[in-house]
Design a protein around this ligand. Sequence first.
Ligand code: HMG
Ligand code: MG
Length: 307
Amino acid sequence: MLPAKVKIVEVGPRDGLQNEKEFVSTKVKVDLVNRLANAGLQNVESASFVSPKWVPQMADGAAVMAGIERRPGTIYSALTPNLRGFEAALEAKTDEIVIFGAASEAFSQKNINCSIAESITRFEPVAKAAKEAGLRVRGSISCALGCPYQGDVPIEAVVDVVQRMKALGCDEIDIADTIGVGTAGRTRDVMAAVSKVFPREQLSGHFHDTYGQAVANIYASLQEGIEIFHASVAGLGGCPYAKGATGNVATEDVIFLLNGLGIETGVDLDQLVEIGDFISRAIGKPSASRVGRALLAKKRDGVAPCV
Ligand code: HMG
Ligand code: MG
């Protein structure tokens, strides 16, 4: 049986924008976060407190967090790779911090400049400090369905990192398909394996849509009882350390899927489509959301587009 309710973690303001070459103004970022929260997204990943040399687009994280309105009940998350990032996130009144590791050694080195084991050691004091400060802690596992450098990633490697993240006290753990190579069959197998070692209602699916499989992977995850999914409005994004990978699955496409299944999300699709249009214009790129483009065309011209 599929879940009756799903939580969507909107990652557009962080994962979506982090790879944009042209700097997106703080005002646009703040506006984006506010609009998303107002559209009913209960969890918005809003900033990264990482090295600005590594990801220049996220350098204004503190200003973004200072500028946003705090909608009661909404969780505003930020990425924190180390204690320095955590201190900045705490200062910025972040509700949830994200420690981000990988199931692939090669990707761990490229993304955070250390081995998987070293990353866990680095996350230990971060998770501890976050818990002491009363913050939620989320652990993200990149390359859970494949790696741009090493190719296949064994399921045992994913399970191993889930266990280590669990030991750090993570409230939620993301199974991330960084380069969008996962298929529904592999996704089902990975989700089934990780839910044996961590509560399935605290696991989430983070699917990039490079190969167009993300919606199918979400459906496969729903069948495994997964209730949390990440998505990016207008399908924004890509990872600076995974060349060729496209953005996350578009939030509009996920909401359309879930609405069709009668699964509650609390997200207003009409508002979301307008937000997709707003951010696509702001960065000067067409929306990658099929649903967003179709609904916008229907609204503006009264017809569905022939594509
Ligand atoms: P490093 O070079 O090994 O560390 O980087 P370092 O301690 O030697 O620091 C290097 C410089 O960064 C120093 O500055 C530090 O002060 C500074 P310098 O002395 O050269 O002027 N620094 C910082 N500045 C601001 N905030 C900080 C911070 N820490 C150090 N917190 C480090 C290690 C982890 C810092 C670096 O590798 C890094 O920032 N990586 C971030 C990479 C990243 O953000 N990637 C994208 C997000 S992950 C993702 O998108 C995947 C996900 O979506 C899931 C999926 O799809 O797979 C989550
Ligand atoms: Mg990602």
